[in-house]
Design a protein around this ligand. Structure first.
Ligand code: HEA
Ligand code: HEM
Ligand SMILES: [Cu+2]
Length: 656
């Protein structure tokens, strides 16, 4: 008996490292604590009814954001472990094979399970409210997308506890990711975790595209759309074309590993370069997928906090559409060194450089919006102001990398690492933080304490520069990426040491944010009387905060770019909109199917990971049954009666 248990343990659990044991035990304890708390307070029913089965876009958005912040923590711990290992030469904190696992999971989690869900969270919370809609076009699909993302992410994270983490880099290049070089199950976790959540991402892209096309308030023509919604639309275009490439690429890699196909091996007619091309055809657009919505957030904040109309509305829209389009023609800049020849490299160098132009247009528009504005220095605006110089430097070093001959030097060095962290942190993370601070009152109906927010802001920012500026230098001095340690004779240690200090400062910044949120919850003070604490401009602020379940009691109009601002001006002049009659509101009903179906996907994925076909088939059968069950469920909607709307409105607006 004991032998069998030992065998089981040695097959499924990563053994031998106290660090991993420690983490496993803490994950286990956390899980038990969560289950115990839910049971003790009898919250299972509440959890199921209000969250696990919800199809309300606002709640789905909040769940996305919570999941992504947890993933930011996990990815951040990975980052700090790497920085600790690199702080001094010849460190023995992470062994080389662990170092490989840690940068792989860090990169994958940060992009796919932190940035993507944060972005989808903001889409969900804001887009329907900004365009005056009652929900997204397909609320059921929206819930399904969330649960696919969530269980995909869980499957990926499970690799840490069972079976071993992937370790072939965040894009899992063959031949390293092939069975011959990575015989463990880590790569399978990578493939299935991303595959399952990727289907969710594609569905979200389609959902929001249809929502924006079909569900805008009357009067809201395309050139009246709020800028954040435009950014979401341009991102959805990229998702629509890029994600299917990822799905196919991972499916082919899976066939290589699982069925002995040879798409990406050099023998039997395959070619690893095919994988590299395919993965970057998704991977490059992916970085613009995550940054465009951040641009949208900055646009909203700049105009709200400068109390001015956004400068150059149309040029902003065209710049984003051009970036969406160009993002599909630059992928080969990630492998200039792979021998495609001068002509190919020149083509991709030029297309890459072209992207600097629309991006520059956007930067100048933000600056012109601020020019002569009455700027208020609240935290959302501070993150926006910090973003601009940071992103300019990060973008400029991107342009340096795009010079193909120079890239032969920069490629895979710490110069590259510094470039992409600068655009990803300075652009994406700062952007989503700004959005979170800006829309926090909208989501939860109370304000966060600014003081702790400012502490978080400064530690993050100072930490950022201290961490990543030295990396440009150490990159030029020859330090390459994915290096688990180095010697004293390299001359790199001082810069690395400084860099590690910066990384920990950012960690402190994160702790300040957690404290700020905890403090806000403790001192909770409802915003009942005013749903519009920033004196903002777009429709989401025209209704109470948090928004009622049905969003708008009566459908608003969207005739102006800053409709709510114009409305406030009209009201100040005593011009009120005509009283509209309330009507019963048509709403989608909650459903447990998205959650259950995603659990079956998880089971199928788990089966494929370990090559247990019976389990995979069981999972897929469950998915099929859920689909059939859904197609036979007719009771999917209901109406909210007028009385109830009246009661809700009265209580939310504080007059009861
Ligand atoms: C949000 C993410 C994001 C963003 C926005 C960008 C933006 C850009 N990136 Fe970056 N990049 C990454 C994420 C991102 N990148 C990642 C993750 C990798 C590495 C992946 C890996 O290997 O693991 C990478 C790698 C990478 C490479 C590959 C290098 C190599 O592997 O050797 C190159 C090469 O061309 C490049 C170029 C650019 C350029 C030109 C831009 C441009 O879009 C920047 C445009 C912006 C500006 C230029 C600043 C503002 C403009 C002005 C003020 C106007 C005036 C300026 C000029 C006229 C120059 N990037
Ligand atoms: C919080 C601060 C962060 C620090 C200190 C940090 C640090 C690091 C380090 C040390 C590496 C490994 C470098 C190497 O050895 O090659 C790395 C890789 C990477 N990071 Fe970060 N990181 C941070 C945040 C982020 C964020 C927010 C993102 C994405 C949104 C991100 C995306 C990546 C990616 C894609 C890789 C490449 C992984 C690979 O080589 O496969 N990082 N980071
Ligand atoms: Cu790129």
């Amino acid at each position: 008996m004991l032998e069998t248990i030992k065998e089981f343990a040695s097959e499924f659990f990563v053994t031998g490292d106290p660090l991993i044991y420690g983490a496993m035990v803490s994950i286990g304890i956390t899980m038990i604590a969560i289950v115990a708390v839910l049971t003790y307070f009898k919250k299972w029913g509440w959890l199921w009814r209000n969250w696990l089965t919800t199809v309300d876009h606002k709640k789905i958005g909040i769940m996305y954001i919570i999941a992504s912040i947890i993933m930011l923590f996990r990815g951040g711990v990975d980052a700090l472990m790497m920085r600790l290992q690199l702080a001094m030469p010849n460190m023995d904190f992470l062994h080389p094979e662990h170092y490989n696992q840690v940068f792989t999971t860090h990169g994958t989690i940060m992009i796919l399970f932190m940035a993507m869900p944060f972005m989808f969270g903001l889409f969900n919370v804001i887009v329907p409210l900004q365009i005056g809609a009652r929900d997204v076009a397909f609320p059921f699909l929206n819930a399904l997308s969330f649960w696919l993302f969530f269980l995909g992410a869980m499957l990926f994270n499970l690799s840490f506890v069972i079976g071993g983490s992937p370790d072939a880099g965040w894009l899992s290049y063959p031949p390293l990711s092939e069975l011959s070089h990575s015989p463990g199950v880590g790569q399978n976790f990578y493939i299935w975790g991303i595959q399952i959540s990727g289907i969710g991402s594609l569905a979200t892209g389609i959902n929001f595209m249809v929502t924006i096309i079909k569900m805008r308030a009357p009067g809201m023509r395309w050139m009246k759309l709020p800028m954040f919604t435009w950014s979401v639309f341009s991102t959805c275009i990229i998702i629509l074309f890029a994600f299917p490439i990822l799905t196919v690429t991972l499916a082919l890699l899976f066939l290589d590993r699982f069925a002995g196909a040879h798409f990406f091996t050099l023998d039997l007619g395959g070619n690893p370069m095919m994988y590299i091309n395919l993965i970057w055809m998704w991977g490059h657009p992916e970085v613009y997928i995550v940054v465009l919505p951040a641009f949208g957030v900055f646009s909203e904040i700049v105009s709200t906090f400068s109390r001015k109309k956004l400068f150059g509305y149309k040029s902003m829209v065209f710049a984003m559409l051009i970036i969406s389009f160009l993002s599909f023609f630059t992928w080969a800049h990630h492998f200039f060194t792979m021998g495609s020849g001068a002509d190919v490299n020149a083509f991709f160098a030029v297309t890459t450089m072209l992207i600097a132009i629309p991006t520059g247009v956007k930067i100048f528009n933000w600056l012109f919006t601020m020019y002569r504005g009455r700027i208020r220095m609240a935290t959302p605006m501070m993150w926006t102001l910090a973003f601009i110089p940071c992103f300019i430097v990060g973008g400029m070093t991107g342009v340096l990398l795009s010079v193909a001959p120079a890239d032969f030097q920069f490629h895979n060095s710490y110069f590259l690492i510094a470039h992409f962290h600068q655009v990803l942190i300075g652009g994406v993370v700062f952007g989503y933080f700004a959005g979170l601070y800006y829309w926090w009152p909208k989501m939860f109906g109370f304000q966060l304490e600014e003081k702790l927010g400012k502490w978080a802001f400064w530690t993050w920012n100072i930490g950022f520069y201290v961490c990543f500026m030295p990396q440009y230098a150490v990159g030029l001095m020859g330090m390459t990426r994915r290096l688990s340690t180095y010697g004293w004779d390299t001359g790199w240690w001082e810069l690395n040491f400084v860099s590690t200090i910066g990384a920990f400062l950012m960690g402190v910044g994160f702790l300040f944010q957690v404290a700020q949120i905890a403090d806000g919850i403790r001192k909770y003070k409802s915003l009942k009387a005013s749903g519009d604490p920033w004196d903002a401009r777009t429709l989401e602020w025209s209704i109470p905060s948090p928004a009622p379940e049905y969003n708008f009691a009566v459908t608003p109009r969207g005739d102006d770019i800053d409709e709510w601002w114009e409305e406030k001006e009209r009201r100040a002049k005593g011009i009120y909109p005509p009283e509209q009659k309330l009507e019963p509101i048509h709403m989608p009903k909650n459903s447990g199917i998205p959650f259950v179906m995603s659990v079956f996907w998880f089971i199928a994925g788990f089966g494929f990971v370990f090559g247990w076909l019976w389990m995979a088939i069981l999972g897929l059968a469950g998915v099929g049954i859920c689909m059939i069950a859904r197609s036979f469920s007719y009771d999917t909607d209901y109406y909210i009666p007028v009385d109830e709307i009246k009661r809700t409105e009265a209580s939310l607006r504080g007059s009861v």
